[in-house]
Design a protein. Structure first.
Lengths: 112, 114
């Protein structure tokens, strides 16, 4: 089945450092969504990217969709303790069921 | 809007018992998804419904699991009989349409099977 690979699995940073998580698919995606799950919470939608090469920003968060629509990244500038959580990408297969497949997530730990 | 509602929030049961998880999607949403989350396997899609009809249940682990959606505002996920390896967090999510749409997750049911 469709695989959406996400790396790294964990990332420890000092508060103020930057953070990036990467999402890769072996097949072309129709779109990619990003979700955040706080410890003990549930996934919450952050953003959706649809166009090849698309870049979107939300304050300190920058989301990018690759030109080939097979990869995506989330970059956080100057992390804060409120950024702690697990970040998931979810990609929908182009020409397939269009139901997003979730990556395993990257858990971000921010040390004050 | 109250968001997606799940009950119970926590469930502790003994192996062999029947477990029923409940979900009320956001009003007006046409699609409903059931997920299971564990440390080992991450977030797995079990089944999803569109307009109350099951579309894909290929993620359901085995015959012990069943899901129903008798109407647009209610769905259940049943495990009978339950086993310790079923211990996980079960999320229900809904979306306006079944594809290419944002999914809104409920708070989850934390299931522990002893």
């Amino acid at each position: 089945g469709q695989q959406v690979m996400q790396i790294p699995q964990y990332q420890h940073v000092q508060e103020g450092e930057d953070f990036t998580t990467y999402c890769n698919s072996s097949t072309t995606l129709s779109n990619i969504q990003w979700y955040k799950q706080r410890p003990g919470g549930h996934p919450v939608f952050l953003i959706q990217l649809v166009k090849s090469g698309e870049v979107k920003k939300q304050k300190r968060l920058t989301f990018q969709f690759g030109e080939a629509k097979k990869n995506s990244s989330l970059h956080i500038t100057a992390t804060q303790t409120t950024d702690v959580g697990t970040y998931f990408c979810a990609g929908a297969l182009s020409g397939g069921s269009y139901i997003p497949t979730f990556g395993r997530g990257t858990s971000l730990i921010v040390h004050p | 809007d109250a968001g997606v509602i799940q009950s119970p929030r926590h469930e502790v049961t003994e192996m062999g018992q029947e477990v029923t998880l409940r979900c009320k999607p956001i009003s007006g949403h046409n699609s409903l998804f059931w997920y299971r989350q564990t440390m080992m396997r991450g977030l797995e899609l079990l089944i999803y419904f569109n307009n109350n009809v099951p579309i894909d249940d290929s993620g359901m682990p085995e015959d012990r699991f069943s899901a129903k959606m008798p109407n647009a505002s209610f769905s259940t996920l049943k495990i009978q009989p339950s086993e310790p390896r079923d211990s996980a967090v079960y999320f229900c999510a809904s979306s306006a349409e079944w594809h290419l749409e944002t999914q809104y997750f409920g708070p989850g049911t934390r299931l522990l099977v002893l």
